[in-house]
Design a binder for this molecule. Sequence first.
Ligand code: HEC
Length: 148
Amino acid sequence: MKRILTFLCFLALSARAQAEYVPGMGEIMGATQMRHAKLWFAGKSGNWPLAKYELSEIGEGLDDAVHYHPVFKGTIQVSKMLGKFTSSPLQALDAAIDSKDSGKFESAFDSLTKGCNACHRAAGHGFIVITRPAAPPYANQDFAPHGK
Ligand code: HEC
């Protein structure tokens, strides 16, 4: 009986913890950084299904930033800024991926990176500078195409 009660308490507490969990802006951005790097290596490897997947994950992460932090630290208008700095590069990336066009992919990727940095500057975080990744972020993932 005591064990069951302890277990029920645990369930109730973990449900509460889940309901209250709000990912921090820095956490969302850290995940976005990882996906930005994966997106690059997927596109460079011609793994278009993976590139499409990472692009959509980036979009979801940025949507989460707007959802959880529409105004960050009282002054940073995340909801307005995200659209301004990332919508058109994200659309260009989507089109480049759909048409499997490496040249367009590279230039759209660079535009996205510029958008990340422009928003960081506008948000008073110009010291966070994103670049084209030099090496794959993980040693345990193959970026080569393997079908759908
Ligand atoms: C709203 C404009 C905005 C856009 C667009 C944006 N960021 Fe950020 N980013 C921020 C803010 C604000 C912070 C600071 C978060 C904090 O203080 O917790 C940040 C922080 C970061 C960090 C630091 C996280 C850490 O904990 O070290 C990284 C990395 C990052 N962003 C990557 C990116 C990438 C990659 C993109 C583009 C795909 C991007 N950001 C687009 C506003 C933006």
